[in-house]
Write a protein that binds this ligand. Structure first.
Ligand code: MEV
Length: 321
């Protein structure tokens, strides 16, 4: 029987969330938490089972959904693939993921891209990274409304991607230049929908057009310097830039008390940089620290977070296994 399995890492946004929606670049990094899609060719209606959430649903050959709305993104992927001229085989898909949902860590983008890679394998075709980002982002439109595409790009490319909406991935670093610094994620445990803060930032940018235009320039400069610092291995500068970026995000109104508490506790425990990652108002905080301070920071953040994890950066994005 025709069968394929693909995995995709999750992601954090190091710099540029929200600003990327309204025009700046973003710097996003894959993380070693994974979504997995296992697909077997079968008859229609096709069946989708999500292991962790217990969600089950079916999709008919004419792409009607029989089941919960959570499977809509998969129907959108199938509809785009069909619009590209492919015949769609029926299937049974089992989705699993260790990426927390609604925490800004790319769980929906990882599931969409892992599903897409495995399903295209069943069809007998491999998409290049650019088309895979475009396809996965279609599912993201169902989930998030008006995504910039940075989440899909980060999980598809792996490593660290410099991205701009409309342009795609401008460059990609697969390996960090040194390993005496660590990245830690601390989750506030507050779940939220990405599109709400995104819509608020878009409204703010219309109301205070001239101020936002200056902030956008500042953010682009922060990201240019951050990218240079990252390539040189100058993590002290990188951390300071993360702190500046957190200030800008706070000005956009997407931080929260829970985020700020983790950010400040992390900095007081010795972090060189700490900021929210993703849409904000909950979700996760990304912390950069010297590796010899990582245990102290993890300990101190544990009391404020639903979970804390040191992350590694997988060099590969979504791929077949
Ligand atoms: C979400 O991970 C990142 C945002 O910038 C939204 C987007 O880019 O689509 C908040």
């Amino acid at each position: 029987m025709n069968k394929a399995v693909a995995i995709s890492p999750g992601k954090v946004i190091l710099f540029g969330e929200h600003f990327v929606v309204i025009g700046s670049k973003a710097l996003a990094m894959a993380i070693d938490l994974y979504a997995r899609a296992e697909i077997k060719e079968s008859s229609w209606p096709s069946e989708i089972i999500s292991k962790e959430t217990g969600i089950k649903g079916k999709i008919t050959k004419d792409l009607k959904i029989l089941g919960p709305k959570e499977i809509e993104p998969i129907a959108r992927l199938l509809s785009v693939i069909r619009s590209w001229g492919y015949n769609l085989p029926g299937f049974k898909a089992i989705i699993s993921s260790d990426i927390p949902i609604s925490s800004g860590l790319g769980s929906s983008a990882a599931i969409a891209s892992a599903f897409s890679v495995a399903y295209m394998k069943i069809i007998g075709h491999e998409l290049d990274k650019k088309n895979l980002v475009t396809l996965s982002n279609e599912a993201e439109k169902v989930t998030h409304g008006n995504p910039s595409g940075v989440d899909s790009a980060a999980v598809v490319y792996g490593g660290i991607s410099l991205y701009r909406k409309g342009e795609g991935v401008i460059s990609n670093i697969n390996e960090l230049p040194r390993n005496d610094y660590s990245f830690i994620i601390a989750d506030t445990g507050v779940k939220r929908k990405t599109y709400l803060p995104v819509n608020d930032v878009i409204s703010l940018s219309k109301r205070f057009r001239s101020i936002l235009s200056l902030m956008l320039d500042a953010e682009d400069r922060v990201i240019e310097l951050a990218y240079e610092s990252l390539k040189k291995g100058d993590y002290e500068t990188l951390g300071q830039l993360m702190n500046i970026n957190q200030g800008l995000l706070n000005s956009l109104g997407v931080s929260s008390r829970e985020i700020e508490e983790i950010v400040y506790e992390g900095r007081m425990a010795g972090a060189v940089g700490a900021k929210l990652t993703g849409a904000g108002r909950g979700g996760a905080v990304i912390v950069l620290c010297r590796s010899d301070t990582e245990n102290e920071i993890i300990n101190r953040l544990s009391s404020l977070s639903s979970w804390v994890k040191k992350i590694k950066i997988p060099p590969y994005g979504t791929h077949l296994v």
